[in-house]
Design a protein around this ligand. Structure first.
Ligand code: PXP
Length: 248
């Protein structure tokens, strides 16, 4: 059964729109946990457009589930991770001009550099996950870096319409099986919604889904605790017909 990591970046986006103190992602992390979040995820970006250093420091103090820090593989971020000691670091590619993370890491072309970064972080006792597209070459390279986890990028699946969405789903399923075979642990995320999450949650071997935008959007209508509870229900009990289709 996949667990749920709730990404709080979009709460910080609303705060930063006015550069004020509300809404506070730190305070709301507690509500996400009360709603059943198995983990809290934040992306500390180089440009600090949403999550701030203060958020990360306080979240480390108050999160009772697991704190997953998304970050670029830069010297500044490595130092912050080693100082803060989150429960997991997820390395993502980062471009200043992008609206959100676009695509997975190019591990095959940066293998030496990433291997070194991963070693530094994992030697500090923090397991590393690599955000990658569901591609055979990237998965094999990820295993060679000795990262303990990958997070499969589900953005292309989320944006596709039927029948290509079925093909994207098949790719993610195959990528999950390949990664598990190579000894990697597997998470997934990006672009998942209440409408498209169940087939991904039903993939055998999928450990955690990191979901942000759709939960924060729904929380405006029903409150964060309830929005998390609804998502947690969906991924804990994906509809049976989907489960059977996935495991064939
Ligand atoms: N996983 C990663 C690596 C991400 O960069 C993001 C977006 O910050 C997410 C998951 C969550 O994506 P979404 O907000 O579309 O649910």
């Amino acid at each position: 059964m996949a667990s749920l990591g709730v990404n709080l970046d979009h709460i910080a986006n609303v705060r930063q729109a006015r550069k004020t103190v509300e809404p506070d992602p730190v305070a709301l992390a507690l509500l996400a946990e009360l709603g059943g979040a198995d983990g809290i995820t934040v992306h500390l970006r180089e440009d600090r457009r949403h999550i701030q250093n203060r958020d990360l420091t306080l979240l480390k103090e108050i999160v009772r589930s697991r704190l997953n820090l998304e970050m670029a593989a830069t010297t500044e971020m490595i130092e912050i991770a080693q100082r803060t000691l989150p429960d997991m670091v997820t390395i993502v590619p980062e471009k200043r001009e992008e609206i959100t993370t676009e695509g997975g890491l190019a591990i095959t072309t940066n293998e030496g550099y990433l291997t070194n970064v991963i070693q530094q972080i994992q030697n500090s006792g923090i397991p590393v996950s690599l955000f990658i597209d569901p591609e055979k070459d990237q998965i094999e390279a990820a295993a060679r870096t000795k990262a303990l986890w990958i997070e499969i990028h589900t953005g292309t699946y989320a944006e596709a319409s039927w029948p290509s969405q079925q093909q994207e789903l098949a790719k993610i399923k195959e990528a999950t099986a390949r990664a598990k075979h190579l000894g990697l642990r597997v998470n997934a995320g990006h672009g998942l919604t209440y409408q498209n999450v169940e087939p991904i949650a039903a993939i055998k071997g999928m450990e955690e889904l990191n979901i942000g935008h759709t939960i924060i959007s729904r929380s405006i209508a029903v409150g964060l605790k309830e929005a998390v509870r609804e998502m947690k229900n969906l991924i804990s009990h994906p509809r049976k017909e989907l489960l059977f289709a996935q495991q064939r």
